[in-house]
Design a protein around this ligand. Structure first.
Ligand code: 13P
Length: 252
């Protein structure tokens, strides 16, 4: 039985005060809601504050990125050790915006996953095809290659710690969601690849989130699909009312 996991990826949004207001509202509504694992991913400067506010609640905190080294002369980077130190449980790795604007490759994602696991952080690994790739019929090929590249060299027990997020790039921030059938087809495909990599038992236990224009009005249909185990929510996670609705509609 896979417990659904819903994440709010705030991306590069919110002031400190806005972050606090949002979190306070989430606590009121979600503190005792246990059907879904809820995680928020604030920008780095607010991680500690958000973690402090969420202490003792059922809502976890994660970061949106990290470097693979533990410490050293890497100006501007943040290490897995630091994320653990401020109370992060998860870290998003390989988001398409990082691949697009910051040169993140599968090889870098792979190094980051290994570093995160070493420090006990759970990687939330994003994969997904672009529109041109889907139009050319290459969606599955691209997703398989990202998945295999990102997970290269990991053993089944390491893979069991990971959450996968399937985020078709054409659905991110566009208002155009993959249909539940399109998403289910890809999630099933991802699970089949996982099975080939690490065996059926682990593949059946790994949670695969869908991301891309998830809203209160489409979450239910997505969550009804057998291989969709949660959502990674961007825009709609910035508003407490809509994020709470998404989390509460997410219970299977
Ligand atoms: P939107 O929900 O804004 O489409 O963003 C999805 C996403 O990129 C989550 O990581």
């Amino acid at each position: 039985m896979r417990k659904p996991i819903i994440g709010g990826n705030w991306k590069m949004n919110k002031t400190s005060m806005e972050a606090e207001n949002l979190v306070r509202k989430l606590i009121l509504e979600l503190n005792s809601y246990e059907d879904v694992e809820t995680v928020v991913f604030p920008p780095f400067p607010y991680l500690q504050k958000v973690k402090t506010l969420l202490q003792g609640t059922g809502i976890a905190v994660g970061a949106q990125n990290m470097f693979w080294e533990e410490k050293g002369a890497y100006t501007g980077e943040v290490s897995p050790l630091m994320l653990v130190d401020v109370g992060c449980r998860y870290v998003i790795l390989g988001h398409s915006e990082r691949r697009e604007y910051f040169g993140e490759t599968d090889e870098k994602v792979n190094r980051k996953i290994k570093a995160a696991l070493k420090f006990g952080l759970r990687p939330l690994v994003c994969i997904g095809e672009k529109l041109e790739e889907r139009k050319k019929g290459l969606a599955e090929k691209v997703v398989e290659s990202q998945l295999r590249g990102s997970l290269s060299g990991l053993n089944p027990s390491q893979i069991s710690q990971i959450v996968i997020a399937y985020e078709p790039v054409w659905a991110i921030g566009t208002g155009e969601t993959a249909t539940p059938q399109q998403a289910q087809k890809m999630h099933k495909f991802i699970r089949e690849i996982l099975e080939r990599i690490c065996g059926e038992k682990i593949a059946q236990s790994v949670r695969i989130q869908y991301g891309g224009s998830v809203r209160p009005d489409n979450i239910r249909e997505l969550m009804d699909q057998p291989d969709i185990d949660g959502a990674l929510v961007g825009g709609a996670s910035l508003d407490a009312i809509s994020f709470v609705k998404i989390v509460k509609y997410g219970g299977k």
